[in-house]
Design a protein around this ligand. Structure first.
Ligand code: CTP
Length: 402
């Protein structure tokens, strides 16, 4: 998918700059054209001669190419590109990009770029964890840039942690997927619920569950990469979204999730209910921290939460698609079919806790999809990101049938 694509590769002053050589080679091998823009600090780590030899294009670093007054146009460059990739991106460059400090060719090109921008941070773990860096990256996400999260591992400082630039092969794959994704969900609005809900007991305690949100977030990314506008209503999770087409709404309790789902579903084409919603919440929330009672047991009275899936099923209009999940431990198929019907879903994604590698927390899942036509499709154990693609494929089929 990269053949014929024009890519600006921005390189900054990080030890990971050497990986830019592999990136150029990978892009060029797949038929892309690469124009390198490097910061002055970047040239301390990798030479323009190497970069020129690999990209077959003169490397741009200064505003002026020589002393005769001719200059490099960052505007033309910005218009030329199909994508801009800044890899490695240092904390300093990320800060400049987030705040419009256009004091070098790379940042001016970034500001002029009309194409999608991918940023692959590389820095020491403490710099990456610093609130300034987090804020700047959030700002870039807000601008619609794609942040390619760094990996964990040994860093140049020999400390071990998160900050290693993602491997060139992975970055190339991300770009490839970006261009490959058919835009078959363009103009579709999809609501997704994800993660657990927290039901307050008192100011410091809650009832929750082990849902990590990974499946719901993978679904949101899969839908957005195919052109959908996604509203992701998520309970408390430690995950980030990458695609700017995802509008994230953070909630805590089932009641809040219900409120946001009921508000957004009427304007949507489909909803995927992936959240592990608590079926019950404490009947009353104690205003003060509940004290330990040494003499005996404690009883919590619980009251039922609304079933979000069933509530959306009740207001579903013709043409809208509703997808649910069923995590079962026994009688999987009959339980899932019962939920499919009771909640007025169009199809249900079933996973069984009896299957190794399926369910909460992990990166993999093994699903079956049950449709209203009594069709049961079984899938093999796959990464949640791959499972998400299978589910979205089924969603597209169902949307077309409606
Ligand atoms: N669901 C929901 N709101 C709830 C409970 C569940 O939207 N209050 C959704 C889940 O997101 C999932 C589907 O309903 O898509 C099935 O959830 P599950 O917990 O398996 O089913 P329950 O109806 O809660 O049944 P049970 O817990 O008895 O298995």
């Amino acid at each position: 998918m990269l053949a014929g694509k024009k890519i600006i590769l921005g390189i900054t002053g990080s030890i990971a700059a050497y990986k830019a050589a592999y990136l150029i080679r990978g892009f060029v091998k797949r038929g892309a054209e690469v124009q390198v823009v490097i910061t002055p600090a970047g040239k301390e780590f990798i030479t323009p001669i190497t970069l020129f030899a690999l990209s077959s294009n003169p490397v741009i670093s200064e505003f002026f190419s020589n002393r005769d007054g001719s200059w490099h146009s960052h505007v033309d460059l910005g218009l030329w590109a199909d994508a801009m990739v800044i890899a490695p991106a240092t904390a300093a460059t990320i800060g400049k990009m987030a705040n419009g400090i256009a004091d070098n060719m790379l940042v001016t090109t970034y500001l002029s770029c009309k194409a999608p921008v991918f940023v692959a941070p590389a820095m020491d773990l403490d710099m990456f964890a610093h609130p300034t860096t987090r804020q700047n990256l959030d700002k870039l996400r807000g601008f619609g840039n794609y942040i390619i999260e760094p990996a964990e591992g040994e860093l140049a400082s020999h400390l071990v942690g998160k900050g290693r630039m993602e491997e060139p092969d992975k970055i190339i794959e991300i770009l490839d997927n970006f261009f490959a994704a058919g835009q078959d969900l363009q103009k579709k609005k999809i609501v997704i619920t994800a993660g657990p809900t927290y039901e307050k007991i008192d100011p410091v305690r809650f009832i929750g569950n082990y849902s990590s949100g990974k499946m719901g977030f993978a679904l949101a990314e899969a839908c957005a990469s195919r052109g959908a506008d996604v509203t992701l209503i998520t309970g408390p999770v430690g995950l980030q979204v990458t695609n700017p087409r995802i509008h994230r709404i953070n909630v805590e309790s089932a009641e809040e999730m219900y409120g946001m789902a009921m508000q957004t579903f009427p304007g949507a084409d489909a909803a995927i209910l992936c959240a592990a919603v608590a079926d019950y919440r404490p009947a009353t929330v104690a205003e003060k921290k509940i004290k330990r009672n040494c003499n005996g047991n404690m009883t919590l009275e619980l009251t039922a939460n609304k079933d979000i899936a069933a509530s959306l099923g009740a207001i579903k209009k013709p043409g809208q698609v509703l997808v649910g999940f069923a995590l079962e431990t026994n009688d999987e198929i009959s339980n899932a079919v019962e939920k499919l019907n009771r909640k007025n879903l169009d199809f249900i994604v079933m996973n069984s806790l009896r299957e190794e590698g399926a369910g909460f927390q992990g990166d993999t899942n093994k699903i079956s999809i049950l449709t209203r036509q009594d069709d049961v499709k079984e899938y093999s154990l796959r990464l949640k990101t791959e499972v998400a693609v299978d589910i979205v494929d089924q969603l597209i089929v169902t949307l077309k049938e409606k």
